[in-house]
Design a protein around this ligand. Sequence first.
Ligand code: BTN
Length: 325
Amino acid sequence: MNKDDVLRLLRSSRSGHVSGAALAAEMGVSRTAVWKHIRTLEREGYSIEAVPSKGYRLTASPDVIVASEVKQGLGTRTVGKEIVHSAEVASTNTLAMDLAQKGAVDGTVVVAETQTSGKGRLGRTWTSPRGNLYVSVILRPSVPVSKAPLITLMGAVAVASGVRRQCGLPAGIKWPNDILLSGKKVSGLLTEMSAEPDRIRHIVLGIGVNVNMDGRALQPDVRRMSTTLAAAMGRPVDRTALLRTLLAELDLWYHRFLSDDADVLAAWKELNVTLGHRVAVSGGGVKLEGLARGVDAEGRLILKLDDGTLRQVAAGDVTIVKEKT
Ligand code: BTN
């Protein structure tokens, strides 16, 4: 029993107030121990009033993720059984790779309020101010190494579905794994893997979602192409509820992927906003332009070039140069 239990009991009180004696009895500890937990919560930014003869009442909470709250009613099979929360890390992906190396279980989630060296795709940095979600999930799928890119597509399907479910916004996926709202990026995914030639040791699926941040934290060129869920909703978004929904969707899609990855590809195609358009793809010093025809079984983009030849592209940045006619 710890301060998280006190918080849970305060939150679930019908009348709002819970007496110190009731808390002590429920937790099987002394009233002094309860009082110490209350003080710890206050130091973490919670406001708790103490009314003689009524007890304690939670009046305000800091906007931080609390692992025990995320777990409440989560009901997943694998994702989020273990949640590691930090106020600040260099990168949740780096911490998750480290924990995975040390044996963290399948589905372990690492979440931070801010990152000092957040990593983006293609060696970029991911600016990570407070107010957003920075999450990495450790996965240990028993599938061939060649299937690993599909995990990223699976993550994109889960995030787009989660945003749709939680916020009712029409999130779409730009190949391979940018989540867009009205053409602007609201989330990005970065997958890292440790593997032997014939076996995946572990994969870390890193997800950054622009939730409530002040957009001015971003560089002007990034800001122009980005949005936040709060901007799209016209009000702040509950990050705990959003994270719970994202983890539930990840769990659902992870298990679908393990039983039949064709389901993931079909869902990705349903949610994508790239296929059927004329696109420019850049990456690794190469720029190609053509019609985005499809994705293959390993998640590569199939481009039809102007001379009619087909090219499969494994990595790069896509810009839509002409909408589908
Ligand atoms: C992209 O470039 O679109 C991918 C961005 C991925 C950012 C997330 S935030 C959580 C996790 N930790 C990181 O350092 N990166 C990923």
